[in-house]
Design a protein around this ligand. Structure first.
Ligand code: NAD
Ligand code: ZN
Ligand code: ZN
Length: 336
């Protein structure tokens, strides 16, 4: 099968013919029809984070397609089912976190396109218990980004505990952020969006944001405080420490700052303001299978729609270059 492979951190991916994966009894084989390109894949291929993947690696954790082989022990998935393979490739199913509905925190989890091969390929093996079905009425191209960008931002908004009518600031209107704006609007929140450039401004406003501020031109913090009196919650998907600091500074007393983006940097936390303002700073990592089902349901009901540009596996290195420059509007989805 054809696959894109990372062989060295920081180098371009190689497009090669490799053997199709062999499945284990609890697994299924998925013929990948589409796979979104997440900024996490770029971090993986650059070895940006403290825990690095081992190479060679096939990246990709927004792969969706059709089940073409079913392991002997699998009962609930059948040939022809339409499924997606998310970042949470598998979890142990019996630890404290798995048992309390926090499987995304399982210490024994595996991650698609990071600790195991992912969906930048024509076929991908998956754990049958951790794939999620694509609902009727959603095609593969529009479903793919929901398997990471969608579920991650939907979950982060739940973690924010914002209520209908509350102000939520979304920092970074990229693959994740453009879906965050839509989920926030669908959940009844009022949205302030922050990114740079006319394309992102138009995108955010067309999706229902009430304000857009440009982090390169505007005094973002003052303008948000002026326009909203301080947001009840912020969700930061920006790949920039400066964006995280601003997402903290715009939260009103008692509000929540939800950290989602993963720039390889640290954020010094002002103790005095955090204490006196009673602000919570909380991380949010992808979502559970249940979160994913709910997030797909929003899209199936037409409340949320990923803005996508279709490309091919052969384009991956130019897609990564554009992503690094912040020049992508919405999500790029590779069709196989
Ligand atoms: P993307 O490249 O599509 O979007 C990032 C956006 O941030 C771009 O539009 C860029 O212009 C914008 N940006 C950069 N600096 C900014 C600033 N100072 N203020 C506001 N916006 C700024 O990336 P993506 O695929 O949306 O991923 C975003 C980040 O989220 C990555 O670090 C990725 O690894 C991480 N991520 C986290 C989770 C999770 O579960 N927590 C899941 C998926 C991705
Ligand atoms: Zn992702
Ligand atoms: Zn577990």
């Amino acid at each position: 099968m054809k696959a894109a492979i990372a062989t060295e951190f920081g180098s371009i991916l190689k497009i090669e013919e490799v053997a199709q994966p062999q499945i284990k009894p609890h697994q299924i084989l998925v013929k990948i029809h589409a796979c979104g390109v997440c900024h996490t894949d770029l971090h993986a291929c650059h070895g940006d984070w403290p825990v690095k993947p081992s190479l060679p690696l096939i990246p990709g954790h927004e792969g969706v397609g059709e089940v073409v082989e079913v392991g002997a022990a699998v009962k609930h998935i059948k040939l022809g089912d339409r499924v997606g393979i998310p970042w949470l490739f598998s979890a142990c199913g019996h630890c404290e976190y798995c048992l309390s509905g926090d499987e995304n925190l399982c210490l024994s989890q595996q991650n698609a396109g990071y600790s195991v091969n992912g969906s930048y390929a024509e076929y991908c093996a998956a754990d049958a218990d951790y794939v999620v079905k694509v609902p009727e009425g959603l095609n593969f191209l529009e479903a793919a980004p929901l398997f990471c960008a969608g579920v991650t931002t939907y979950k982060a908004l739940k973690v924010s505990t914002a209520k209908p009518g509350n102000w939520v600031a979304i920092f970074g209107i990229g693959g994740l952020g453009h879906l965050a704006v839509q989920y926030a609007v669908a959940m009844g929140f009022r949205v302030v969006a922050v990114d740079t450039g006319e394309a992102k401004r138009q995108l955010a406003m067309s999706l229902g944001a009430e304000f857009f501020f440009d982090f390169k031109m505007d005094n973002v913090v003052d303008l948000i405080l002026e326009g909203t009196g301080g947001v009840h919650a912020s969700v930061c998907t920006a790949v920039s420490k400066a964006g995280f600091r601003q997402s903290y500074d715009v939260v009103r007393r008692g509000g929540k700052c939800v950290l989602v983006g993963l720039p390889p940097e640290d954020l010094p936390l002002p103790i005095f303001n955090t204490v006196l303002n009673g602000v919570s700073v909380v991380g949010s990592i992808v979502g559970t299978r249940k979160d994913l089902e709910e997030c797909l349901e929003f899209a199936a009901r037409g409340k949320v729609k990923a803005i996508i540009e279709e490309k091919k596996l052969d384009d991956i290195n130019t897609i990564f270059a554009d992503m690094e420059k912040g020049e992508i509007t919405g999500r790029i989805v590779m069709s196989m």
